[in-house]
Ligand binder design. Sequence first.
Ligand code: SF4
Length: 155
Amino acid sequence: MIIVSACLLGFNCRYDGESRPDEYLLSSTLRKLFVPVCPEQLGGLPTPRGPSEIINGDGLDVLEGGSRILSASGSDVTDCFLRGANEVIRLVKLLDISTAIMKEKSPACGVCHIKRNGSLLRGSGVTSALLIKKGLRVISSDRIKEELENGVYRL
Ligand code: SF4
């Protein structure tokens, strides 16, 4: 089975109540293996909700206690992001999952990049950082087709 950011599979779980369906994933013969997860919802945040940003560093810094996450209204939502990441790990252990496909640029799911103040920065979101730390193969939504077709990753 493969963890996939739920918004990539058409679930309307984004902060704005929308999704970002990925046609390649939705038409994949692997789709019966997909386990959709939205770490922000799993952490207890409502939908829709205000967008959130990691205030400095990236998700790894948040995991290590060196950064926090604030919503657009200034609320500290760090605990929700940490709870969501740990709930995903619960699922990973329960289903013995070793691969995840995560939505790029999100403060929870970003793999190579996150956004801050409208700029794209190198770094992972909180859940992807924890998945990487736990040894999972974490694939960016921006590179899934290329990496599968190049044979870099075998699912
Ligand atoms: S990027 Fe991750 S946290 Fe954000 S809506 Fe998609 S699944 Fe949820």
